[in-house]
Design a protein around this ligand. Structure first.
Ligand code: AMP
Ligand code: MG
Length: 410
């Protein structure tokens, strides 16, 4: 049995980023950049006004006060998208809107609220220094600058940044396809009636959702009956994908056929069994570079193993460098008994503020009790040497997903 840490290291060491593909920018949200992006133009592309007001020569308005305003003749009005037809000369101004190109001769913008205009003359009531409210070409991005590095999952600001540079097509990492097969004679598909002894194949749905959330492409191959032939055929088909996930059939039962089948298909098993709870029977192997995860059948075990092992592998294949869910310090709000000799992951709720979370188990920690994972916002990590976590003690918890919070930011 290997440790959680060693299992993670083995898996991460066995996966490589996939190739790239070129996609249209509007489709690129959340996709991972395959190469760096250089600005091929200045943004903004031209000198322009940062405020609605009047483009002036700052030297003209140094003496302006509310009592003795400086009067300037208004030559024209320029809206954003138009080009000034005149130059600003001594004693003149051009009425200008935010984003309008600055006219020749002007070196400052007086805010409209600091002026009063009548009969073609603007009265400027405050001095305005040279450069005030003027935006310069390249202030945001300079032509030639590297503005985005590879390995970055594109966020809305990045999409806008690329658009402002005129990038309509972007090279991103290909998303891994993930074959999902569920082994078990007791399983039926969603929507089918349950005969005695049967349960819904919930794992396939859980894992497809988790794969999607991780940015990869699930390919649900359905239920595999617990016979050597069916198991073999299903895995053979699954190897068309970039990653193979199965659930069930990896324990000590008479119908647990996954490991033998994988060995028959030429999969090099890297490990079987991890010193953890839930999820101990996990097996992992590789065939021709394709990672194969034999996840345990119990619903909580398979999803916890997904978070710990599959998600980091998918993220590495996507070219991301931050592979793991964040772990934060917290305080145990009640005492918790955990398994000695195993790293235990306890499903917990979070109370209080980020930075000062108090965590509390969500109820029964049976590996078949998916409800307590559904309620869980985090997994408390109890190390192998710990058997009891005292109420009030400091613990480490892995956050399962940033969600909305009830408290507004300000
Ligand atoms: P196994 O490892 O195949 O013995 O499965 C362990 C437990 O997980 C059993 O109680 C199974 O019924 C259950 N299980 C296995 N596969 C699934 C699945 N796809 N969906 C829900 N529960 C499952
Ligand atoms: Mg089974």
């Amino acid at each position: 049995m290997i440790s959680v840490r060693s299992a993670i290291e083995v898996i991460v060491g066995d996966v490589r980023p996939l190739g790239s593909e070129r996609i249209a920018l509007p489709q690129a949200l959340g996709r991972v950049l395959a190469g760096s992006i250089q600005a091929t133009r200045d943004v903004p592309p031209f000198r322009n006004a940062a405020m609605d007001g009047y483009a002036v020569r700052a030297a003209d308005v140094t003496a302006a006060t509310a009592e003795t305003p400086v009067n300037l003749r208004v030559l024209e009005t320029v809206g954003a998208g138009s080009i000034p037809s005149r130059s600003v000369t001594a004693g003149t101004a051009i009425k200008i809107m935010t984003g309008s190109p600055m006219p020749e001769g002007a070196d400052a913008v007086v805010r409209v609220e600091d002026t009063h205009e009548e009969l073609g003359t603007v009265h400027v009531r405050f001095p305005t220094p040279a450069g005030a409210h003027v935006r310069h070409p390249g202030e945001d991005m300079r032509c030639g600058d590297t503005v985005l590095e590879p390995g970055r999952a594109l966020r809305p600001a990045d999409i806008g940044l690329l658009a402002s540079l005129g990038v309509a097509v972007v090279a991103v990492r290909r998303r891994p396809t993930v074959a999902i097969l569920a082994t078990g004679d007791e399983l039926v598909e969603l929507g089918q009636p349950l005969a005695p002894g049967q349960i819904v194949n919930s794992n396939a749905y859980t894992l497809a959702a988790a794969v999607k959330e991780a940015g990869a492409l699930p390919r649900v191959l359905g239920i595999v009956r617990d016979t050597p032939a069916a198991t073999r055929d299903a895995f053979a088909e699954a190897f068309l994908a970039d990653v193979v996930l199965s659930t069930g059939g990896v324990s000590m039962g008479a119908f647990d056929l996954v490991r033998q089948t994988l060995a028959d298909l030429g999969v090099a098993e890297r490990f079987w069994k991890v010193a953890q709870r839930p999820g101990k029977p996990l097996t992992f192997g590789v065939r021709n570079g394709t990672p194969v995860f034999g996840l345990p059948g119990n619903p909580v075990s398979s999803l916890v193993c997904f978070y710990l092992y599959v998600r980091p592998a998918l993220r590495a294949m996507l070219g991301l460098t931050g592979l793991h869910l964040p772990v934060v310090s917290a305080t145990a709000a009640e005492s918790v008994r955990t398994a000695e000799g195993l790293t235990e992951f306890v499903r917990c709720t979070l109370d209080g503020e980020p930075g000062a979370y108090r965590v509390r188990p969500t109820g029964s920690q049976g590996s078949h009790v998916l409800r307590s994972l559904s309620l869980g916002e985090a997994l408390l990590i109890s190390p192998p040497e710990v058997g009891t976590i005292a109420s009030g003690s400091a613990v480490r918890v892995m956050l399962l997903g940033a969600d909305g919070v009830p408290t507004p930011p300000v």
